[in-house]
Unconditional design. Structure first.
Length: 425
């Protein structure tokens, strides 16, 4: 029913988007279009689409052996999948740590390290604790130890905003790992472009929310050329050159690439065009349609003017976004749009996409942030879940996702519970 309604009214809506006369935009029709194409029938109108929370803690110590401290998500002496959510050197016998963790996190672990990065032990701390006086005698450790890894989040996108599509959230899949060096003004972001489940091209960048362009000294690529090295076509989606560019609001932006399919396969067709096929969203490889390929990975070193600015680059401020020329049937232009996660849905970092932001404030997100680095995303054309109120039935690879959409207060760990593994890549 939803699919049939979608195709009946999409053509009329696309005409309204391309018109210069904004009076032709039919708000009621657009809301009905999104509602009928969306995955569930009764989404929570108060939903913020957030699966994480942020906090800070000031760690003080008078122990000379404690050189560095970290915020860990789990105890590495018990668990094998502990992650480093933040770290800092104890300048002046203290370190202020700002971190982002899953929404259901109740306890964090403060780890102490010596100058050679040897772990001295950990202390469990209740979430919300603002200050900790750390002594060596407080540290807990055992003979079993698995070194924690730096925190990685998964970002998943639909590339058709403002038009709804299949909500498989695999048009772009990107993993980002945040890590540190021993220089307090530096932050490392390792970006892995993992999937592109669309034949339409798009560009991508990372907006550093709240971080001014003028507060960043440089952004360097540590492990190779730019993702789209050798791209010789006209740049129309992200026109600024260089790796560090300036957003419309004066904030720092890391330019990633202009054309996603060029990033995965720097080859041209016999006609001289970049072939738009889908990467890593189907296990069935078809010539000119789909392929499986290794993720494209780059590490960016962000050098800030102060350690306070570097410390402020937390996952809640890391805002990857797409720039797309949304099309209808790959023929009719519907305009160039930025596609952000819900927190930054109406930001407009490189271009002003909206004449009336309220017109698109339908509490639906075209992007997801998952605090899990190896999150398995749906296969091509498979919605994250569907729920039909009339028959009270849920279907999909993550059925808890539907319950989370119905109430933003529950099922915050839905991404940990797979219900139909065969529907996942």
């Amino acid at each position: 029913m939803k699919k049939n309604y979608f195709f009946l009214c999409l053509a009329v809506f696309a005409l309204s988007l391309t018109s210069c006369n904004k009076e032709l935009f039919d708000q009621e029709q657009y809301d009905e279009l999104v509602d009928n194409q969306f995955m569930i029938d009764n989404a929570d109108p108060k939903h913020d689409w957030c699966l994480t929370k942020n906090d800070t803690i000031l760690v003080r110590t008078t122990e000379a052996i404690i050189y560095k401290v970290q915020v860990l998500t789990k105890n590495p002496y018990i668990h094998t999948d502990s992650e480093i959510a933040s770290e800092g050197v104890c300048y002046g016998n203290q370190a202020g740590l700002t971190y982002t963790v899953p929404l259901d996190q109740r306890v964090i672990y403060i780890a102490a390290l010596d100058q050679d990065d040897n772990y001295l032990g950990v202390v469990p701390v209740t979430m919300g604790t603002k200050e900790l006086d750390l002594l060596v005698s407080m540290l807990q450790k055992s003979t079993t130890f698995t070194p924690p890894t730096y925190q990685t989040f998964s970002y998943l996108y639909e590339s058709t905003f403002p038009i709804p599509d299949d909500f498989d959230y695999n048009d772009m899949v990107m993993r980002i790992t945040k890590s540190y060096t021993n220089i307090s003004t530096e932050v490392l972001l390792t970006v892995a472009l993992t999937a592109a489940g669309t034949a339409n091209p798009y560009a991508a960048a990372i907006h550093l929310g709240g971080v001014k362009y003028d507060d960043v000294m440089s952004v360097e690529i540590l492990d190779g050329d730019p993702m789209d090295e050798g791209y010789s076509f006209q740049r129309s989606l992200i026109t600024q050159s260089g790796t560090l560019i300036k957003g419309r609001n004066g904030e720092a932006v890391i330019r990633l690439f202009e054309h996603v399919h060029w990033v995965f396969n720097k080859q041209l067709t016999d006609m001289g065009a970049i072939e738009g096929i889908k990467y890593n969203t189907s296990h069935e490889v078809k010539e000119h349609v789909s392929a499986e390929i290794d993720p494209v990975v780059r590490t960016f070193r962000i050098t800030c003017k102060t350690r306070e600015v570097a410390r402020s680059i937390t996952f809640d401020r890391i805002d990857p976004f797409l720039v797309c020329n949304t099309k209808y049937d790959q023929v009719m232009d519907a305009g160039i749009w930025e596609i952000h996660t819900y927190q930054y849905k109406f930001t407009g970092i490189l271009r002003d996409c909206f004449t009336d932001k309220n017109a698109y404030d339908n509490h639906v997100s075209w992007a997801l942030v998952i605090p899990k680095g190896d999150f398995r995303y749906p296969l091509e054309g498979v919605s994250m879940c569907t729920y039909q109120k009339e028959i009270d039935a849920t279907f999909g690879p993550y059925e808890g996702f539907a319950n989370w959409l119905k109430s933003h207060l529950t099922n915050h760990d839905w991404y940990l519970h797979v219900t139909r593994e065969q529907l996942l890549y």
